[in-house]
Design a protein around this ligand. Structure first.
Ligand code: TRP
Ligand code: SF4
Length: 325
């Protein structure tokens, strides 16, 4: 299967992204995978603040490599280096009804939400977000797209565009790409809200043991546990929620020790920090070894774009032919 997925360059990723990347890594086996950083999509909301864009691309790329994406196996690239995405987006724009774009559920939601934050995204580019995404996917004739649930409307929209193209130009060129939804554990932020860098409640994928401990230390525990031996209620404690994800084998023991009051919250947090560190350590080490070889990382991205372009330009030839341009 040809698999494709992308992420906007948000800079350093957090541990919530790790399971997404682990899924991408698994998919590398036996599939033809294309993974790219969608920097043009970042511009749809961040057009006025691009100072960090290049830096963010680099940081995210290192996190990808740290998580185990293998440039020998997968095609890893940056969207803006493959101009065919833009040409396909333009051609699609000619026959995509505005009403289709306006009714994508994320459109009005985000317009309102970001509008409240004082951001003006009543732009052409933002409205076209899903269309650019459709071009990203279809230019590689991808069969399947691993995405989160939030992206499902975009994928449905992509299939509609593919169908419309095939119908208008009487061709079978575009497949209808399927979403690959995977059960990915949602990790809350250290304050219990959704984990997000903008809430400052995240644990970075590249966090050092000390940074991990500083984050875990701040987690709110059961307020009933004032003294070390007070019986606790793990079900109301965020540290316990994390243990459910990171300490599956020891969960029963942790729960009963908490209920009995035989483990203190600090010790419980130390255990959690150690668990998180054991997951992040190999990622951090791989990341560091790539970070030490910036020339090689540069080569990966040039080579990835070349590989992507070969396929994309072949599709574009067929698109032009079908459309008569
Ligand atoms: N919109 C996706 C996101 O925010 C990123 C993305 C852009 C993407 N183009 C894509 C994902 C193509 C999958 C396929 O997460
Ligand atoms: Fe939470 Fe652990 Fe303290 Fe129990 S012992 S309240 S699970 S931190």
């Amino acid at each position: 299967m040809r698999i494709l997925s992308g992420m906007r360059p948000t800079g350093r990723l957090h541990i919530g992204h790790l399971s997404v990347l682990e899924n991408w890594v698994r998919l590398q086996q036996g599939n033809d995978c294309f993974y790219f950083i969608s920097d043009w999509h970042a511009l749809t909301t961040g057009y006025d603040d691009t100072a960090e864009l290049k830096h963010n691309i680099r940081e995210m790329l290192l996190d990808w490599l740290g998580a185990g994406l293998d440039p020998e196996v997968s095609t890893i690239f940056v969207q803006s280096q493959v101009k065919e995405h833009a040409e396909l987006h333009l051609l699609f724009s000619m026959f995509t009804p505005l009403s289709w774009l306006e009714r994508v559920p994320t459109y009005k939601d985000q317009l309102q939400q970001l509008g409240q934050e004082g951001k003006d995204i009543s732009t052409y580019g933002f409205l076209g977000y899903p269309l650019l995404m459709a071009a990203d996917i279809l230019v590689y004739l991808a069969d399947a797209v691993p995405v989160g649930e939030d992206q499902l409307p975009h994928l449905e929209f992509c299939r509609e565009v593919a169908r419309r193209f095939n119908y208008l130009y009487q061709t079978q060129l575009f497949p209808e790409p399927q979403a690959l939804l995977s059960q990915i554990a949602m990790i809350p932020g250290i304050d219990g809200r959704k984990m997000s860098k903008s809430y400052h409640n995240d644990i970075a994928m590249s966090a050092t043991p000390e940074e991990i401990w500083q984050r875990v230390r701040m987690m709110v525990t059961d307020p009933a546990r004032i003294h070390k031996n007070d019986p606790g209620h793990p079900e109301v404690c965020l540290v316990h929620t994390y243990h459910e994800i990171f300490s599956k084998e020891e969960l029963e023991e942790i729960r009963s020790s908490c209920r009995e009051g035989s483990i203190g919250c600090v010790a419980c947090k130390k255990r959690l920090a150690a668990k998180i560190n054991s997951v992040l350590e190999p990622v951090r080490e791989r990341r560091a070894s790539w970070a030490a070889k910036p020339r090689l990382v540069e080569e990966i991205i040039v080579e990835g774009a070349d590989r992507a372009r070969r396929l994309a330009s072949c599709t574009m030839q067929r698109v032009r032919e079908a459309m008569g341009v």
